[in-house]
Structure formats: structure tokens, C-alpha cells
Design a protein around this ligand. Structure first.
Ligand SMILES: CC(C)[C@H](C(=O)O)[C@@H](O)C(=O)O
Ligand code: SF4
Length: 473
């Protein structure tokens, strides 16, 4: 019987069987950010432990750091500077690699790790951050841990884990035009719930997944944790290799050739048994927008919010009722056409170059609706520079978007930046729970394409709703 991709990586990293189904797993790379990393580094110091192998540990400033030009250690978050300084000092004291505020390699951890070639196929990578699963897009076993586990991983180079069950999600066929990876993830979560893959390792496969660029694959794996999964992953292929080749931390020369040979085995065997399988025809998908306070409370943009009687499950019905109340919406209403106060393109889900390019393609020659606050925060400083080299910043600015420095920013409220009270926001992010983007903010999650189109319209809508631009420039 064959072996799954996940099992292959697991077995290669198994140090010991600890009984009760638990294993000790070798950890290849550890990434930290100033929010939770500062806590882990402090804990390590207080326990009098040291970092076993400092060259495997990388740190960035993304969560708390401001995203305004001329930013410094002191941020809008009260006490935020302490996290930044603590991370910097501990990184220096322990000899860790730090991508500091003004470093051209700085950015959101899950964006810069691939950019730097730190995540590689077949590796184990952890970070005290739930969206670490994003990096599984490279055929790695990458998952989010707590600060205490990060401490343990730094001190010992291992972690205790119980083996997750496996789920294969196959997207067959091809996506219709204007539908992207975010819509795939939201459709999956909408159909199978936010707990649909609870604790499982989800392998994404199928022609529509193979057709995605690496940014799209990262968007899909990013949302695995919103599907309840332990992690998500995609077998490496030519696109993965082309992306990684020549990246600063990727192997070079003969080591690269050897690595490529090893990576060729990193795929699930044809007869590999999965604990569960899901198949979705990509051709049936449409642009999705959430109407509630969980990514599972979602529907194709042009369909009405479901009738509460349609929920067979009592808990789900109550949750939907509460969410609609919070969102100021009612069953049967359409999200399409809802007036929005703000639009946000950014986050580790959708802030990479191709995300920005697709949004810019929609914004070009147009202006955001009067009074609407529109913000774009590139996922990394390198992404920002690459976008600027291509004139993408100009398109965003001319359309009326703020063009910011990179970081988590308006994805969540903890960096001290927020939208206004009860603002309705169309957002390319991954979470929409109560108060996520500010006080009682009403977040509608969608693809960058939908965010861009809605920003222009002033209400939720798609590219098809936009008036044609008369003169082409
Ligand atoms: C602050 C951090 C621990 C958190 C996470 O783990 O995901 C954040 O990144 C988020 O998206 O809510
Ligand atoms: S961009 Fe948002 S989801 Fe991603 S790591 Fe930052 S806060 Fe978390």
C-alpha cells in the first residue's frame, strides 16, 4: 500500500515513538514574530535555556509594527514597542537571523519565509502563529504552535506530536474566469464547515490546484486552519522549484540538484490511503463573500443570505442568527449591493505580487467610491518594491488607495490600527470574527478581485458590475 505525502515527511522526521500514538518530531526551521516570538524568547531566557541551533531560527517584525512610512519601534499599539525591542534584543543575544523593521527582507512571516527560501519541500517548519500552514504550499509540513512549544522547539529542535489524520481535497477541472484561490478555500469551508478538517493534515490536489501559481497555492493552504485543519500541503512540482531556485536560503549547486532529486519523491503514491477525501469541480465555483462572523458563513456573492430554517443543526442556526445580528443583516438579503465603508487588500492570505497585480488590473483607470477608505498593505517589503518597480503602487494610489509599508496591519486589531466603529469592510483577509478589524467592525472576506471591484463600486460587487472605462489609456 502506498504512502501519503504527509506520511513521508512525518516518517522522515520521526525521532522516537513516545507511546499513546505520540511521536517526537524533528524540527528543521522555526520562525518567530514580535507578537508571540517575544513571549517565547522571554520564556526561554527565564528558564535558563538556550537555543540549540540558532541558524535554524528566523525572526521578523510584522504583527505590531506600524505600516506607515517612517515607522519606528514605537507603534500605535500601546506598549507595542516593548515587543519589538524584546524580540530584537533576544534575537541578537541568541544569534538568530532577524529581519528587522527596516530590513529589505522584512514582511509578514508567511510571505517572507518562501521569499527567502527558508521553507523548502519536505521540511518541518513551525511558528507560534496559526497561519503557518500557508507554507505547506511548498510541500513542507508547516504548522502553527503556541509560544511554550516554540520555546521547547528552540531548546531541543524537536516537538511532541500526535499524528493527525489525513484528508485529500481535490479540485478537479478549471476555475471560471475571475474566480481565484480564495474562492476555492471559501467554497470548501462553506460546504464542509469551519471544523470540516478538524485536526487533520489536508493535502490539496487536482488540476485546478496544479494550475494555481505559488501565491494561489499559499492562499489555499493559508485558509486550511480556517477549515479546522492541523495543516495544509501541496506536493511540489515544477512551479515550486522555479519559485525557490536562487532564493537566498535555498540550496545551490550540487546540493540543489540533490535536493531536487529527493523532492521528486514528495508526492502521495497513487494508492496512498487517506482517512477522508473531498472532491470539488472547480468549474462550478463562483466569487464568494462571507455574510457572517466565521469563514463558513459564506455564499456565492450573487446568492441571498440563507434562510435560518435551512440550518438543520441547532448550534449552527443560533450562530448564524447571532452573526447576522452582529453584521446588521437579515436572511434572504443579498450581500451584493451592500454599501461598504472600507476596503482592505493585504494579509498573509492575499498580499503577494500576483494578488496585487490582479487587483491593480481592476483598479486601473478607476477611482474608489467617494468617502470610502481603501488600504493596500503589501505582504513584504520585497513585494512592495517589486510592485513599485512595475508601477502597481501608482495604480493603487491613483485609484485612491493608501499604499503602505508591509505588515499584518488592518488584518487584525492588535497592532493598534483599526477601522472605525461598526465600519463595514470588504477585506482580502482570512478571519472575520467579532471586533477582528476594529470596534464592532463588520468584515466581509473575499478575494482581492472582489475587494478591488467593491472599493470602486462603494458596495459589494464583482468585476462584472463595474461600468466599462470609456477611454483606454
Ligand atoms: C497573533 C497571532 C498569534 C495570531 C495567530 O496565531 O494567528 C494572528 O496572526 C492572527 O491571525 O490572529
Ligand atoms: S496577516 Fe493576519 S492572519 Fe496573517 S499572520 Fe498577520 S495577523 Fe495573522
Amino acid at each position: 500500500m502506498g504512502t501519503t505525502l504527509f506520511d513521508k515527511i512525518w516518517t522522515a522526521h520521526k525521532v522516537a515513538d513516545l507511546g499513546d500514538g505520540d511521536c517526537l518530531i524533528h524540527i528543521d526551521r522555526i520562525f518567530l514574530h514580535e507578537r508571540t516570538g517575544a513571549v517565547a524568547l522571554k520564556g526561554l531566557e527565564q528558564a535558563g535555556r538556550t537555543v540549540r541551533d540558532p541558524k535554524r531560527v528566523f525572526c521578523t517584525m510584522d504583527h505590531i509594527v506600524d505600516t506607515f512610512a517612517g515607522r519606528s519601534d514605537d507603534t500605535r499599539m500601546p506598549g507595542g514597542g516593548d515587543f519589538i525591542r524584546a524580540t530584537r534584543e533576544a534575537a541578537r543575544a541568541n544569534g538568530l537571523t532577524l529581519f528587522d523593521i527596516n530590513d529589505p527582507r522584512q514582511g509578514i512571516v508567511h510571505v517572507i519565509s518562501p521569499e527567502q527560501g527558508i521553507v523548502l519541500p519536505g521540511l518541518t517548519l513551525v511558528c507560534p502563529d496559526s497561519h503557518t500552514c500557508t507554507q505547506g504550499a511548498f510541500g513542507a509540513m508547516a504548522w502553527g504552535i503556541g509560544s511554550t512549544e516554540a520555546e521547547h522547539a528552540m531548546a531541543t529542535g524537536t516537538l511532541r506530536l500526535s499524528k493527525p489524520r489525513t484528508l485529500r481535497v481535490r479540485f478537479t477541472g478549471a476555475l471560471p474566469a475571475g474566480v481565484s484561490a480564495k474562492d476555492m478555500a471559501l467554497s470548501l469551508i462553506g460546504r464542509h464547515s469551519a471544523a470540516g478538517a478538524k485536526g487533520m493534515a489536508v493535502e490539496f490536489d487536482g488540476t485546478a490546484v496544479r494550475a494555481l501559481d505559488m501565491a494561489g497555492r499559499m492562499t489555499l493552504c493559508n485558509m486550511a486552519v480556517e477549515f479546522g485543519a492541523f495543516t495544509g500541503l501541496i506536493a511540489p512540482d515544477e512551479k515550486t522549484l522555479a519559485f525557490l531556485k536562487g532564493r537566498p536560503y535555498a540550496p545551490t549547486g550540487a546540493l540543489w540538484d540533490r535536493a531536487v532529486r529527493d523532492w521528486q519523491a514528495l508526492r502521495s503514491d497513487a494508492d496512498a490511503p487517506f482517512d477522508a477525501e473531498i472532491e470539488i469541480d472547480a468549474a462550478t465555483l463562483a466569487p464568494m463573500v462571507t455574510w457572517g462572523t466565521s469563514p463558513e458563513q459564506v455564499a456565492p456573492m450573487n446568492t441571498p443570505i440563507p434562510d435560518l430554517h435551512g440550518f438543520a443543526d441547532e448550534t449552527r442556526r443560533k450562530a448564524a442568527e447571532k452573526a447576522l445580528n452582529y453584521m446588521g443583516l437579515a436572511p434572504g438579503q443579498s450581500v451584493q449591493g451592500l454599501k461598504v465603508d472600507a476596503a482592505f487588500i493585504g494579509s498573509c492570505t492575499n498580499s503577494r505580487l500576483s494578488d496585487l497585480e490582479r487587483a491593480a488590473g481592476i483598479l486601473k483607470g478607476r477611482r474608489v467610491a467617494p468617502g470610502l477608505r481603501a488600504i493596500c498593505v503589501p505582504g513584504s517589503t520585497a513585494t512592495k518594491r517589486a510592485a513599485e518597480d512595475r508601477g502597481i503602487d501608482r495604480i493603487f494610489r491613483e485609484a485612491g488607495f493608501e499604499w503602505r509599508e508591509s505588515g499584518c496591519s488592518m488584518c487584525f486589531f492588535a497592532g493598534g490600527e483599526s477601522f472605525g466603529f461598526r465600519d463595514r469592510v470588504i477585506s482580502s483577509t482570512n478571519r472575520n470574527f467579532e471586533n477582528r478589524q476594529g470596534p464592532e467592525t463588520r468584515t466581509h472576506i473575499a478575494s482581492p478581485e472582489t475587494v478591488a471591484a467593491s472599493a470602486i463600486l462603494g458596495h459589494i460587487g464583482g468585476v462584472a458590475d463595474l461600468p466599462r472605462i470609456r477611454e483606454t489609456v
